[in-house]
Design a protein around this ligand. Sequence first.
Ligand SMILES: [Zn+2]
Length: 137
Amino acid sequence: MGHETASVLIKRALRKRCPVCGNGGLFISHFKMSRSCPACHATFWKDPGESLGAMYLDYAVAAGAFLICWAVLAWTTQLSDLSQLVILSVVAIVSVLVCFPYTRSFWTVLVYISGGIERPQLRVIKGGKDDSHGRAA
Ligand SMILES: [Zn+2]
């Protein structure tokens, strides 16, 4: 895990960028996520079960959109229950589809925070002579 602040990680999530380096994109297309970062080669979701975690966020988005829209409809319109249900269902489905990359992006940040994404191994090239002490010749 790195030393990024919460605001940096949130910005990376909103920009759908790699939480590790902030450069590589998380997505190939709206619904297709990259397996690893094209910039730093960190693997985003090692465990295929991570998509289940992102679905929790999908559920939260759908429930939130449903409740907000339901409150607006109930307070401002005189629609029948059936038409409200149809509108609310469409709103919930569309909100999940629109937010799909963002729920995955935020879930990737949560996976990163919990230590599920390792920083790729960097090759450290040490210059100069070996100056380690205590090594008798
Ligand atoms: Zn990266």
